[in-house]
Ligand binder design. Structure first.
Ligand code: FEC
Length: 301
């Protein structure tokens, strides 16, 4: 008899309504409720974008993987219900014996993919699931992903109104993390650079750089340069247009729709720089093919 397989699809999660923001933020802060000013500021950001479509997109991505692999997917979120351990409990109930874990983020950090993995392992221990779980560590150089990003950058360059004179800079961005991860040789910054280099090489991009975005509001230093500072530096260097490619994210959500489309856009306008963002991969069929390919290869290893 063949073993029963499953795919544990892990993603960040978003509050389902404005009323859920406090619980969500408390979970992100590891159980410490946010002070009122931070809660209000976050609520204003959600109001500004109207709605974060992250949940619908994650579910569509999981469905797309399931359709392409013929294997049941189990969605578990980091910060909302169903949490990752809940998804593991469902796999246990369904009799899954072997599962591939896929985090919907391309780059590995101990604080991102490593933390998703730990949560899955805690879930397995809590629910007595003894199946085999292999979490894909990173897929930031997956050829189909690089091709997709290159096509999105090309398309975004085509949307610029400023004449293309070879001066447009492409900024590849990802979520910043506290600088302390660097002390433990975390591969996260190198992996973002590798993704950017691969896209730039494929397209023969003359000008590109890295910008870190969405750093947390904490005392400790976060990896930089922040994308907002990068925009200021580029202005001084004479740039008139930029394309932002948020390569660390695979869906439209707060960090893209607010931090890039509203916050970074405002700063760029003030500097007199035209900013165009690449379209997110979301549930586009070519991206679902990439994700399904990553899972199939992991199953065959
Ligand atoms: O649309 C939405 O509602 C959800 C958007 C969302 C995504 C996301 C992805 C990542 N985060 C990562 C790291 C951190 C660290 C902290 C942190 C805090 C927040 C807060 C909100 C938030 N994150 Fe997030 N993140 C999203 C939303 N994130 C809201 C709290 C307020 C704020 O700081 O803005 C700091 C707390 C901590 O120490 O844990 C660190 C990373 C990713 C990309 C990988 C992934 O998707 O998992 C890394 C989407």
């Amino acid at each position: 008899m063949t073993e029963k397989q499953g795919i544990l699809v892990m993603s960040y999660g978003t509050p389902r309504s404005l009323d859920d923001i406090e619980d969500y933020y408390t979970d992100i802060r590891r159980g410490r409720p946010p002070p009122p000013d931070l809660l209000e500021e976050l609520t204003e950001r959600y109001k500004a974008i109207g709605h974060s479509p992250l949940l619908e997109i994650t579910e569509a991505q999981a469905r797309g993987i399931e359709e392409r692999t013929g294997i049941s997917t189990y969605v578990g979120y980091k910060h909302i219900d169903p949490f990752i351990p809940d998804a593991v409990a469902t796999m246990a109930k369904d009799g899954v014996e072997r599962a591939i874990g896929l985090v919907l983020a391309p780059h590995y950090s101990k604080m991102s993919v490593g933390d998703y993995t730990r949560r899955a392992e805690v879930g397995a221990a809590e629910h007595g699931w003894t199946g085999d779980l292999r979490v894909v560590k990173s897929w930031h150089l997956e050829p189909g992903f690089i091709a997709l990003l290159a096509a999105r950058v090309e398309e975004a360059l085509g949307r610029l109104k400023t004449p293309r004179d070879g001066e447009t800079v492409v900024i590849f961005s990802a979520h910043s993390l506290p600088e302390r991860i660097l002390q433990a040789d975390d591969p996260y910054p190198d992996q973002l650079r590798e993704t950017a280099e691969a896209v730039a090489a494929r397209m023969g991009l003359p000008k590109w750089c890295i910008g870190w975005q969405s750093a947390g509001r904490t005392e400790d230093p976060w990896i930089g340069p922040d994308i907002l500072e990068v925009l200021g530096d580029l202005k001084e260097e004479g740039a008139t247009s930029v394309v932002v490619c948020p390569a660390g994210f695979v869906a439209d959500h707060l960090e893209v729709l607010y931090d890039i489309d509203i916050e970074a856009q405002q700063i760029a306008r003030k500097q007199g720089i035209e900013l165009v963002r690449t379209r997110s991969p979301n549930d586009d069929p070519e991206f679902l093919d990439v994700l399904a390919g990553v899972v199939k290869r992991a199953l065959s290893e």
